[in-house]
Every structure is written in structure tokens, then in C-alpha cells.
Ligand binder design. Structure first.
Ligand code: PEP
Ligand code: MN
Length: 368
């Protein structure tokens, strides 16, 4: 549905045409004018940073933690932009935030993970932004519901806001070790498939949760062709009032950006391209055989379903199912394949077999 968005490689006035990733960096929270200036000076000197980020209203899980400076910090950001020359992006979560941000001519806005999750908040912000063309970043919702992420884009789109980009910041999971959030990269692939023109920026800081792991996540984001990075940077991370563990020093950011292998640095010589395409042909052929085998298997499932239904036998036999999983699991182990992979695959195959046979039963009942 987004294929009609014209600014394919543009988000606001920033060109995200793949040669250089868009780099957004700055502290989790603006804490003092001094801290904003100290950080921004170093980020400007880095030369690769496009936009300064900082939260001024902080959505904290529990009360009593540092909840941000509030709209007073907008003046610091405006001064920073005037004197240092970096545009700034801040988070907004309600109409009042939007009004303050627009009055201060913020260069861009982002919607946080705890806001995307709630259609009421998203709608409220979409209404408040009507008639503006301010570039907007939409972070993924905190839990892995692609529909809510897409729904937020649809709400903004309906309000006439076209300068949209996504931020992939990972998803809450009960076990996301070694990261703070589970990256679930596949959700960003799904987003790209459904809305190919929306640029996707990765936020490795909130995925990693730990400064030592930020670089590896940032590299994965580049490897899967994301369009940019939003990275938390603080002049003195240990003293940070929020997200102290995951913020980089400006020097650490310099070294991360220096070492990053970006799309423009990838080379795929012709010879390598030929090898890759030969191997892919072999894979295509094998995949086609897998589908043909699944079709043969489904025909037997169908025959069996009719036999069971005619004889009024139950569809699902627990022992048979456990036996099947064990046999295929043993076979996988003998072949050196990951047992979980084969187990997951047969869960899907079995689910559709049972569904198919249930359909046969229902069809026969309908005829009775
Ligand atoms: C942030 O960027 O500091 C932030 C609060 O992010 P998220 O909404 O992704 O948790
Ligand atoms: Mn943060």
C-alpha cells in the first residue's frame, strides 16, 4: 500500500540512497545544556553524523526514575543547532509534546516503542501532526506485533504525513540474552516486503542494551541493507541518567563508524556472482523438490483422512505424533542437522495435515 510514496530514498531532506547510511546519534536523554553541547561538538567533529538525537520526555517503566527535562530542553537543542549546526530529532508521545516540538522547529520526530504499541496514542499524534510535513520515525512496538507497526504507518499516512521511516529497535522477550531485546530481524524483512519504500533505520543501542554489543548489531543492520543507524552516545556513559549501560562514548562511536562495512564498501566481483548464482540454482531445484514431496505427502494425508473419517476413527493420535517426531529427530541428528530445525518444520507440516483432515471430517458431517 505504500508503493505510492514518492520519496523512495528520501526521508525529509536526507538522501538515504544507500551509498552512506543515515547516522543519528546522541544521548538517550538531554540532561543539561553542557551535556548536549559536549556531545554535539564531538559528533559534529566526527563528520559522519547527520542528526542529533536526545529524549526530553522519557517513558520510564517505573515512576521515580529520571523522566526527562521536558520542554525546557528544547531551548538547549535549538542553541546547539544554531551554534554547532546539527539538526535534532526528539521523541513525542502526545499532543502537547508535538505542539512544543513544532513550536521549537524540531527537524524530525520519533515515536517510541511504548507509543507505537497503543493505537490511541498513535492516532492522537497523527491528528496533532496533520498539515505538517515534518519527518517522522516510527519505532517498532515493544512486543513483536508487526500489525501494530504497520497500523501506525497507516494512521500517519491517512493523516497526510508522508515523510516516514521505521526504526527497528528490537522486541521485548522473556529470554533475549545476550541482548536487552530480541532483534527478530525477520520482522523488519516482513515490513520491507509489505512497505518496500519505507526506509528502515536500526537502533542497535536498544537492541543490545550493552555498549560492548552495539557494534556487532550495527554491522548486522548494514549487512541486511538497512538504511541507517540511531545510536546512543553520551560524553560520560557511566554517569548517564538513563540507559547508562548501552551508551557509547563519542570516541567509541568514531571507531564503530570507522570499522563499519557499509553497502558502498561491498564488492561482489563477477566471478563470485557467478558462483553465488550457480549455488542458488541448485537451491531452487532442491526447494522445488521439497514442495513436490510435500504435495505427495499431502495426497497421502488426504487419503488417510477419508479412511479415518469413513471408519469414524479419531484424527489425532498422540503416540503416532510423538513417534514421528522422534524418528525424524533421530534421523536429523544422524545427518548432523539441527534437531530443533527439523522439529519446528514437522510441527508446521503436522499442523496443516491435521487442519486438512479436520476439513474432511467437517465436509462429511455437512453432507450427513
Ligand atoms: C529511546 O530511544 O531512548 C527510547 C526510549 O527508545 P524506545 O522507545 O525504543 O524504548
Ligand atoms: Mn534510551
Amino acid at each position: 500500500m505504500y508503493s505510492d510514496i514518492e520519496n523512495i530514498h528520501k526521508w525529509g531532506s536526507w538522501d538515504i540512497s544507500n551509498s552512506k547510511p543515515l547516522i543519528i546519534a546522541g544521548p538517550c536523554s538531554a540532561e543539561s545544556e553542557q551535556q548536549v553541547f559536549d556531545t554535539a561538538k564531538k559528533l559534529k567533529a566526527n563528520g559522519k553524523v547527520d542528526i542529533f538525537r536526545s529524549g526530553i520526555w522519557k517513558p520510564r517503566t517505573r515512576p521515580g526514575q529520571f523522566e526527562g527535562i521536558g520542554h525546557r530542553a528544547l531551548e538547549w537543542l535549538q542553541n546547539m543547532r544554531d551554534e554547532i549546526g546539527l539538526p535534532f530529532v526528539i521523541e513525542v508521545a502526545n499532543t502537547s509534546h508535538v505542539e512544543h516540538a513544532l513550536a521549537a522547529s524540531a527537524d524530525a520526530l520519533w515515536i517510541g516503542a511504548r507509543t507505537t504499541v497503543n493505537p490511541f496514542y498513535v492516532q492522537e499524534i497523527a491528528e496533532a501532526l496533520k498539515g505538517t510535513d515534518i519527518p517522522l520515525l516510527v519505532k517498532n512496538p515493544i512486543h513483536s506485533d508487526l500489525g501494530l507497526w504497520i497500523g501506525a504507518f497507516e494512521r500517519f499516512d491517512k493523516s497526510g504525513i508522508k515523510n516516514l521511516a521505521a526504526v527497528h529497535r528490537g522486541f521485548y522477550a522473556s529470554n533475549s540474552a545476550p541482548y536487552r531485546n530480541d532483534p527478530k530481524w525477520e520482522l523488519s524483512f516482513d515490513l520491507r516486503r509489505l512497505a518496500p519504500n519505507i526506509p528502515i533505520i536500526c537502533d542497535p543501542s536498544h537492541i543490545a542494551g550493552n555498549s560492548a554489543l552495539v557494534e556487532q548489531i550495527a554491522q548486522v543492520a548494514m549487512d541486511i541493507q538497512m538504511d541507517g543507524l540511531m545510536i546512543e552516545v553520551h560524553p560520560n556513559p557511566k554517569q548517564a541518567l538513563s540507559d547508562a549501560d548501552q551508551q557509547l562514548t563519542p570516541e567509541q562511536l568514531d571507531s564503530l563508524l570507522q570499522g563499519l562495512v557499509t553497502k558502498s564498501k561491498y564488492v561482489t566481483p563477477l566471478e563470485l556472482q557467478n558462483i553465488i548464482s550457480k549455488q542458488r540454482k541448485i537451491l531452487d531445484n532442491l526447494d522445488s523438490q521439497v514442495v513436490e514431496l510435500l504435495e505427495k505427502r499431502m495426497n497421502i494425508v488426504d487419503e488417510l483422512g477419508h479412511i479415518k473419517a469413513d471408519n469414524k476413527a479419531g484424527i489425532f493420535q498422540m503416540e503416532r505424533w510423538f513417534d514421528l517426531l522422534k524418528q525424524r529427530g533421530d534421523q536429523a541428528r544422524d545427518l548432523g542437522l539441527n534437531e530443533d530445525f527439523i522439529n519446528d518444520l514437522f510441527q508446521i507440516i503436522h499442523k496443516y495435515s491435521v487442519e486438512h483432515q479436520t476439513g474432511i471430517y467437517q465436509g462429511l458431517r455437512g453432507e450427513e
